[in-house]
Design a protein around this ligand. Structure first.
Ligand code: MAN
Ligand code: CA
Length: 415
């Protein structure tokens, strides 16, 4: 765990004493302070090695609690510009932007000091509106937005949260390893519930979905390889059991070529089955399919006309749709994945549907948006029945436990 690299960025407290430049107790290394003792403004600066365009870097800097560095004096220039080079790599964006004919700083500070390289700013092709160092140089250049630069962030006050309690400031951890903030929200992934895959989209219960996530993985694999890969990603090949679910995934399978993606269906003796064991019911075969064209078309894929399905042979290479859930997300926004909360306390999901009951209105038996006399009447009417919507806790019988759930949550469902 402890490494040379650690020494370059972490020192919420312990290492602090050995770095006199870092004059603020509780500060994070990785950002260097231009100290008052050395004639500075007390601000902190760091070069972020996440190549991106200027507009994205501007947002990223703000998400990290600072702003793209503004270099408004010779002294600040002398402190900041070497950071643009340290560690090599591409040029480093700074917080200057051309608006019309004039240059501005992202903070609104007046534009006066400049340090342009000879011949700059030259606005090549009329598209260079953004400030960065000339690659390998301490002087300035104007660049086009789409250049994948590193960037310099400046903080007046350094955020010092340590959300995972590991003694290392979160900001310092992210500066050292941007992958620790994969969803780019400025919070360590370790402290929140992040989507299971960068491409994953949620089909929210609130809009009639199942709270599962889906992603098309753009890797051409056989169905069997795709099945295994989906598992390795923590999910399974998507199982499409309703027209609504098929409609939800259809935009995901449009891939700019043939729109074929493996799904989690496979041929069994008397028909088809899903990898999850869910019953086979809904299907949406392309006209004439499944035709078992080669005698071994035992696997399900979406077909050329988006939304339709085909049976394909074992060596057919295609992208594939992975499904995750339920409960991989964080419906109550408490930074703990719902699935973990439920695993720790099964009472939080009394109807065992994989979603926290607190995010649903489980006692709204007739689904009219409130828990009221209609639901109560339904419980009493179905008393003792084995299979009824009034069996709120899904224990196999409509009983006093269900009645208690109605009474204890009486009133309108939360929005
Ligand atoms: C054609 C049709 C399909 C078959 C594929 C296999 O498109 O016969 O039914 O699955 O070829 O590539
Ligand atoms: Ca076929």
């Amino acid at each position: 765990m402890f490494s040379i690299r650690l020494a370059t960025f972490v020192a919420c407290s312990a290492l602090f004493a050995s770095f006199p430049a870092f004059s603020q107790s509780g500060s994070c290394l990785g950002a260097v302070q231009w100290t008052a003792e050395s004639g500075g403004n007390g601000h902190y600066y760091a070069r972020i090695f996440e190549p991106m365009n200027w507009e994205d870097a501007r947002i990223r800097a703000e998400v990290l609690g600072g702003h793209l560095a503004t270099v408004t004096s010779q002294a600040e220039n002398d402190f900041v510009m070497p950071l643009c080079l340290a560690g090599g790599g591409p040029g480093s964006w700074l917080g200057g932007k051309r608006i019309g004919k004039s240059w501005t700083w992202v903070t609104g500070e007046p534009w006066s000091f400049t340090n342009w390289a000879p011949g700059e700013p030259n606005n090549t092709n009329g598209m260079e509106f953004y400030l960065l160092n000339w690659i390998g140089s301490l002087q300035w250049n104007d660049g086009g937005n789409n250049y994948p630069g590193t960037f310099i962030v400046e903080w007046e006050v350094l955020p010092t949260t340590d959300c995972d309690g590991n003694g290392a400031c979160d900001l310092g951890e992210i500066i050292a390893n941007p992958a620790l903030d994969s969803n780019l929200d400025g919070v360590l992934d370790a402290c929140q519930c992040v989507a299971p895959h960068p491409n994953a989209v949620l089909w929210p219960a609130a809009s009639g979905g199942n709270d599962h996530y889906y992603a098309r993985i753009a890797q051409a694999l056989t169905w069997e390889q795709a099945r295994v890969t989906a598992q390795q990603l923590g999910g399974h090949l998507a199982t499409i059991t309703s027209a609504a679910e098929n409609a939800f995934i259809t935009p995901l399978v449009i891939d700019g070529s043939n729109n074929v993606s493996h799904l989690g269906g496979y041929r069994v003796q008397n028909g088809w089955a899903w990898v999850t064991g869910e019953p086979w019911g809904y299907s949406n075969w392309y006209p004439g399919e499944p035709n078992n064209a080669s005698g071994d078309e035992n696997f399900l894929a979406t077909w050329v006309s988006p939304g339709t399905w085909n049976d394909v042979f074992p060596s057919y290479l295609a992208h594939f749709v992975v499904e995750w859930g339920p409960g991989v997300h964080d419906c109550n926004n408490n930074q703990i994945c719902d699935i973990e909360e439920i695993a720790a306390n099964s009472n939080l999901d009394i109807n065992r549907d994989g979603t926290l009951d607190s995010c649903q209105c489980i006692a709204d038996v007739v689904a009219d948006g409130a828990i009221n006399g209609v639901d109560l009447a339904r419980v009493i009417n179905d008393w003792g029945m084995a299979s009824s919507a009034a069996d709120i806790n899904r224990d196999g019988i409509v009983s006093g436990a269900d009645l208690a759930l109605v009474l204890s949550s009486w009133g309108p469902c939360a929005p």
